[in-house]
Design a protein around this ligand. Structure first.
Ligand SMILES: [Ca+2]
Ligand SMILES: [Ca+2]
Ligand SMILES: [Ca+2]
Ligand SMILES: [Ca+2]
Length: 391
């Protein structure tokens, strides 16, 4: 180490980066020991950090496992967050669902209109009816015919749901864009495909997508709005039901299937492209092919909960896979159609059904302790199309 004598008895010592520092001879013995103290401190901090990181990583791994598969460590690990009795509503984001599909995540502040509109699509005429409960105004729009499938979503990402249909006869998607009131069509899919639009790439715009059951293995084809390219993913079996939702809470819908044969959901997490599975087992309930997947963010933690509607009961698993909740709203009928969405704008999806016989919506407001809100919108034969229309 190069040194040079100084008139005050101190020496200039070149540091590792070439910079020079001065110290008096009286400080020498202390500084000679500081590096040893530093190394010991470094080792202690490093080892502690590694232990903390292991515990934290293990906690994350444990959280993804079904309760029965967790190690004993999960019961003593202090880094697993305790269940919160009343989760804080995440009002900064709004999750737009249609059936179990998370269509998009939008900023709540992007559009001021409260999400208070109900909507149905009438196959016999192809007309959409949107009822704004704040202004009591009706909006109608002719789009599609009786053999089409409604695939509403926010394809242009303006926070308003767009009228859209999928035509199984020629595999064309016809999409209006609320932002500029124009439309376009695009061929995407093949005979036998199931449309599964959702926001898979997390850019706030619904992606055109289909689930192809195939003969043994299923394939997903997603036309990503962010890249204008198609991503193919083999995931699930031909007998599975597609059930995309954002299970890991990264703002991107996750490819997910529901397998009745072993009553298990399988999810390809968008955050780390690994699979998580969740066994749905509820005492007293025998799951059947008539059950509907209704996965959505019921507890408002930003992650969708695996959920099924069986009979008139809602069977929901919390995000930590630890607690199962069964809700059977009084008066609901097994034949009602689930239309869960966040109707009261508290950041939690509300349990809700639409009744074909009278066209009524029965919404259990999460922000009011599950209080019933009953609204009339639609008539028998309509298809309820819950979303955030903002019309
Ligand atoms: Ca839109
Ligand atoms: Ca997208
Ligand atoms: Ca995700
Ligand atoms: Ca709600």
């Amino acid at each position: 180490m190069p040194t040079s004598s100084r008139p005050d008895g101190a020496e200039t010592v070149s540091g590792p980066g070439g910079s020079a520092r001065a110290e008096s001879s009286g400080q020498r013995s202390l500084s000679d020991n500081w590096w040893k103290i530093g190394i010991v401190a470094f080792l202690v901090i490093g080892v502690s950090g590694a232990i903390l990181k292991y515990l934290d990583d293990d906690a994350k791994r444990q959280m993804l496992l079904p309760a029965k598969d967790r190690s004993a460590l999960s019961s003593i690990n202090p880094f697993i967050p305790a269940p919160t009795p009343t989760p804080t509503p995440q009002l900064s984001k709004e999750y737009i669902y249609a059936d179990s599909r998370m269509l998009a995540v939008v900023d709540a502040n992007a559009a001021e209109t409260p999400p208070a509109d109900l909507a149905v699509w009438r196959p016999s005429s192809g007309v959409w009816y949107v009822y704004n409960l704040v202004t009591a105004a009706w909006t109608s729009y002719g789009w599609g015919n009786s053999s089409d499938i409604p695939v509403q979503g926010d394809f242009d990402g303006d926070g308003k749901t767009d009228f859209a249909i999928y035509r199984p006869t020629d595999n064309n998607w016809w999409i209006t864009t609320s932002g500029n009131s124009s439309y376009y069509s695009t061929a995407f899919g093949a005979s036998g495909d199931i449309p599964v639009p959702a926001d898979y790439d997390g850019d706030g715009r619904t992606d055109i997508a289909v689930f192809r059951p195939g003969t043994t293995n299923a394939n997903w084809y997603v036309y990503q709005s962010s890249t204008s390219s198609t991503v193919q993913t083999q995931y699930g079996l031909s007998t599975d039901k597609p059930a995309p939702a954002d299970l890991d809470g990264d703002g991107k819908a996750d490819i997910t299937v529901w397998r009745l044969s072993n009553t298990t959901f399988y999810t390809l997490r968008s955050s780390d492209t690994t699979t998580q599975s969740a066994l749905m087992s509820f005492a007293g309930y025998t799951l059947t092919s008539g059950d509907k997947v209704v996965s959505a963010d019921f507890d408002g933690d930003g992650r969708a909960n695996y959920a099924l509607r069986s009979g008139s009961s809602w069977l929901m698993l919390n995000s930590a896979f630890a607690n199962m909740t069964v809700v059977t709203p009084s008066g609901d009928q097994a034949s009602d159609i689930p239309v869960q969405n966040d109707f009261d704008g508290d950041g939690k999806v509300d349990i809700a059904v639409w009744r074909d016989s009278n066209g009524h919506w029965y919404i259990r407001k999460s922000g009011s302790g599950g209080a019933l809100r009953e609204e009339a919108c639609g008539t028998s034969g309509d298809v309820p199309v819950p979303a955030l229309w903002r019309r």
